[in-house]
Write a protein of this length. Structure first.
Length: 216
């Protein structure tokens, strides 16, 4: 019951931030932006960890770095670096729960999508003359798709849906930032982003239950 209430509060604060908090003053906007992440980290800390793994600890570390990325994204390279570290933490976490090799259709789709986004997004940034940012974008796309790859290998539905939701969120963010304005971009980015992080937190205890049944 306590966790259901906490999830409801997370959803409530997410809605408040996305739809009701104005852009100015910035400090108020940032404060409300990180509140759902603080609550998600709290929720994740309450979950029962999968046996014989450090999955929960790495996931909590990933959530923490993503929250730092939230707060620093206005300084883009700093925020991007924090998210990059967060995704590396997720990769380490998901590798520990690998259940099977990724199926070829899913692997092919991720590789094709990654190649397309690198060509489109990083290529556009490179043409603008910002080589360092272009390299950072390539690195980020590579890491987040690797995160999605390892999430699929866990065969845990919440982790998989969360990873795909995160990829969607960052794709909209990249297109909106570097290519063209996307209608309702703020809502699309934040709903899918908060949703991804919430699903990651829930996946901790979900996988623990599934793993316990398998071991029994």
């Amino acid at each position: 019951m306590k966790q259901k209430i906490l999830i409801s509060v997370i959803v409530l604060f997410g809605i408040i931030y996305i739809f009701f908090i104005p852009a100015e003053p910035v400090i108020v906007k940032l404060s409300f932006k990180v509140v759902p992440m603080l609550l998600i980290i709290w929720l994740a800390s309450l979950q029962k960890a999968p046996p014989n793994t450090s999955f929960k600890n790495w996931l909590l570390l990933g959530l923490l770095f993503c929250m730092i990325g939230d707060a620093t994204l206005q300084w883009f390279l700093i925020g991007l670096s924090s998210f990059l570290i967060g995704h590396i933490c997720y990769i380490v976490a998901f590798i520990q729960l690998k259940e099977k090799a990724i199926i070829k259709p899913a692997a092919s789709l991720l590789l094709l999508y990654g190649g397309f986004m690198i060509f489109w997004i990083a290529g556009t940034v490179f043409k603008s003359g910002d080589l360092i940012l272009a390299i950072a974008v390539v690195a980020y796309i590579t890491v987040i798709l690797t995160m999605g790859w390892t999430a699929i290998q866990t065969n845990a539905k919440f982790a998989i849906i969360g990873a795909l939701s995160f990829i969607f969120s960052d794709s909209i963010l990249s297109i909106n930032m570097f290519i063209t304005d996307v209608p309702f971009s703020h809502a699309l980015i934040m709903v899918s982003y908060y949703g991804a992080q919430l699903l990651f937190a829930i996946s901790i205890s979900y996988y623990s239950v599934i793993r316990k049944k398998v071991l029994e």
